[in-house]
Structure formats: structure tokens, C-alpha cells
Design a protein around this ligand. Structure first.
Ligand SMILES: N[C@@H](CCC(=O)N[C@@H](CS)C(=O)NCC(=O)O)C(=O)O
Length: 204
């Protein structure tokens, strides 16, 4: 049984969605980040950097595995289950490419936007606008990628799981902004999957 340490954030959700889609048994440990659970002794003993998500798999290759970074967790459980990777090397590469896009372009800018709106010491409408423009530029790339495709790599893959939490958080803003019809249709398709619904609920 895999232990998942998580919280209701995009990165935390990504790991739960991956485990649900992989169909691997797991147990959730929810941390209250605002209360500082990540800095407590119990979690620091698991992951000294004190950041979620993190998994502990007693049945890893060659022994127990402790793994952080939502993208790494996604790849790990996809490999372990044999799910979420398309057939064929070109589609597999596309899945990897768009998974990296989600984890290194879209998710960090989404995180910075959230922090600028809710956590930074001073609010600045201009800076928030700049950050949102950056994020929307990336999401525009995904929207264009979805022209004529149901999923980012053609068939459902790690890429869709990686991007979903970013889009799910901003559906309303994207709808109001306009120009993201393919992405919003994709989000509705992905969000209708029982595994996605269970994974999102596991973090709430
Ligand atoms: N790139 C990492 C980001 C992990 C991360 O920054 N997690 C945040 C929550 S989304 C965290 O644990 N913050 C608590 C802290 O820094 O004290 C990933 O994808 O997992």
C-alpha cells in the first residue's frame, strides 16, 4: 500500500490523480499547509524538505521508495502500473513533452499567480496581470494543441493528468477570458473520469 502525503493544491492533486488513474492502492495523509503540518516532526521524518506531494511505496524496485515532485510521482506510478503511456514512440514522446509543459511551464506560473493573489506581502494589479498573461499564454498553447485532438498526446496520458489541476482551478477565469474553448472542453472530458473525480475528492 502506497502512502500519499498531500494537500488540496494543484501539485498535491496531481499525485492523487496519478494514483487513482494507475489503479494502485494508496492511503491518504492530508496535511494542513496553513497550519504548518509540513514543518512538523511527523512529516519531516518522511520528507525533510517539508513539501507535498510525497509518496512512500514499500514495494518499490529494490526496496522501499520515498518520492517527491508531482511529475516524478506521476511517471513512477504510470510506469509501475503500465497505464497512462500511449502506445508508439511518437505518442509517448508527445506525452512526455506535454507532461513537462504542464509541470514546468503551466503549474509553476499557476502557483505564482495564486501566491501573488493570496500570499505575497503586497498586492500589485500590474504584476498579477503580468503573471496571468504568462500563464494564459501557456494555456493558449495547450488550447491550440487540442485542435483536432481529444487529449494532449492523442490518447489519454500522463500529460492530461499533469495539466488537469491547473485548468480545473481556473475554469471560470478562462471561460470569462474567452479563447480557451478546446481546453475547457478537454477539462470537461478529463473531469468526467471517475478516477479524476476520486483523486480530486481525496485531496479535499
Ligand atoms: N514542483 C513540486 C512543488 C512542490 C511544492 O512546492 N509543494 C507545495 C504545495 S503545492 C508545498 O509543499 N508547500 C509547503 C511549503 O513550502 O512549506 C511538485 O510538483 O511537487
Amino acid at each position: 500500500m502506497i502512502d500519499l502525503y498531500t494537500a488540496n493544491t494543484g501539485n498535491g492533486q496531481r499525485a492523487a490523480l496519478a494514483l487513482e488513474e494507475a489503479g494502485l492502492p494508496y492511503r491518504v495523509h492530508k496535511l494542513d499547509l496553513m497550519a504548518g503540518d509540513q514543518k512538523g516532526d511527523a512529516f519531516q521524518a518522511v520528507h525533510p524538505a517539508g513539501r507535498i506531494p510525497c509518496i512512500v511505496d514499500p514495494d518499490g524496485p529494490g526496496g522501499p521508495v520515498t518520492l517527491s515532485q508531482s511529475g516524478a510521482i506521476l511517471v513512477y506510478v504510470a510506469n509501475k502500473s503500465g497505464r497512462l503511456w500511449p502506445e508508439g514512440s511518437a505518442d509517448r514522446l508527445a506525452a512526455l513533452e506535454w507532461m513537462m509543459f504542464a509541470c514546468t511551464d503551466a503549474a509553476p506560473w499557476s502557483g505564482v499567480l495564486f501566491q501573488s493573489q493570496h500570499m505575497m506581502p503586497e498586492r500589485s494589479t500590474r504584476n498579477e496581470g503580468y503573471i496571468q498573461d504568462k500563464l494564459f499564454r501557456f494555456l493558449g498553447e495547450a488550447n491550440a494543441r487540442l485542435v483536432g485532438r481529444e487529449y494532449l498526446a492523442g490518447t489519454y496520458s500522463v500529460a492530461d493528468v499533469a495539466l488537469y489541476p491547473v485548468v480545473a482551478l481556473r475554469r471560470e477565469t478562462l471561460g470569462n477570458a474567452g479563447g480557451f474553448a478546446n481546453l475547457l472542453d478537454w477539462a470537461a472530458r478529463v473531469g468526467a473520469r471517475p478516477a479524476i473525480q476520486k483523486g480530486m475528492a481525496a485531496c479535499r
